[in-house]
Design a protein around this ligand. Sequence first.
Ligand SMILES: Nc1nc2c(ncn2[C@@H]2O[C@H](COP(=O)(O)OP(=O)(O)OP(=O)(O)O)[C@@H](O)[C@H]2O)c(=O)[nH]1
Ligand SMILES: [Mg+2]
Length: 409
Amino acid sequence: MSQELHIGLFGRRNQGKSSLFNLLTGQQVSIVSENPGTTTDPVKKSCEVFGIGKCVFIDTAGFDDAGQLGTKRVEKTLEMVSRMDAGILLVSGNAFTEEDKAFARYLQDAGVPFLIVHNKSDEIPLSAASRQMLQKSYPACTVLDFSVKQALLKISPEEYPCQALADALKDLLDRHGLVREPVRALEGIAGQGDVVILVCPVDAEAPKDRLILPQVMMARQCLDLHAMPFLCQAEELPAAMSGLAADPALVITDSQAFKQVARLVPDSVSLTSFSICLARQKGHFEDYVRGTEALSRLEDGSRILMLESCTHQVNCHDIGRFKLPAALKKATGKDLSFAYVSGLDPLPSSVDSFAIAIQCGGCMVSNRQLSARVGRLVKAGIPVCNYGMALAWCSGIFSRAIRPFVRTL
Ligand SMILES: Nc1nc2c(ncn2[C@@H]2O[C@H](COP(=O)(O)OP(=O)(O)OP(=O)(O)O)[C@@H](O)[C@H]2O)c(=O)[nH]1
Ligand SMILES: [Mg+2]
């Protein structure tokens, strides 16, 4: 889920974004009409693309929308850009307006690679002069002459009507190193035949009847590496450890059980948490390690920005809302205040007043989505750490918890 590539469809109104979105996803998800301004909010659909893998396509409102509501729609479209791994910019009728140019610049500034698709070519094909102009202005972009209308007529079991588009997309993603094997958190740490114990508390915060994504991700990685995941709750950990013929290669615990688990696992055995594994997998591990140091500089009145990337109901056992703030207040002895950003909501417009930001593991968001947020804070000089590292620090085992990934410590 988290490794899906996010690809945004952008363009002025009525260029055929929703038509292409439906074609790519093979479903009538977005409303198509000849009335400009049909799509208002971003629409997402995940689907498997041949040769690329799992992609999430995002249909957006036209960036030339106007009026009070239109301006809000354009804001939403712009908000999508930094979350995208790549974009498709649709134009038609050989028109490439000032608005198109400004949006192309916006994509470039956000570091989002994009294709230019000249749509409706059944009516007006891309002229040689337009192609030349576009290729000269955007040498890094492939320019495709396309017609959703014709592609729809061609749908057959033998032919994938978007093959040329999928090929161009794959080429673009390849060139930007985006089609690749995901980094595995446990690579080089667990191998064939190793036992990895996953401590998974079943508490009030655990979803009913299932495991949470980081637990599933790490169990799956063990299997990929031919290691042997062993799941238990903290209470059963001593029995699990003593039943093994050899020490486990690693114990991964829910960060909330750090203190309890650290007492049960001998120092000679590597110990970390699910969210610290995610920090290695999703990037910013070193930023978080540096950021964690700032926890010891917190003072009375320090403001902390909590970044939780998933959507869930808050209860009194909530880690981000209650447990971690309580642990930080206790460990620092300071009167701290907390602000929250949930899901993919934007960061506050000014982040300067925060002493530190603490990001959750981010299992539900893509690496790019996480990086767009964390990168902005790091760039602004705000220390950032993650839930796992902060809880390890509060439990007095920070060095131990990151040691599996930092061999020199
Ligand atoms: N002739 C022709 N018409 C097309 C093609 N693709 C889309 N259209 C038509 O163009 C109109 C607009 O298509 P949409 O897909 O709704 O365009 P959009 O960019 O999503 O528009 P907004 O949501 O309003 O921004 C519809 O009437 C489509 O049927 C094409 O390849 N050829
Ligand atoms: Mg639309």
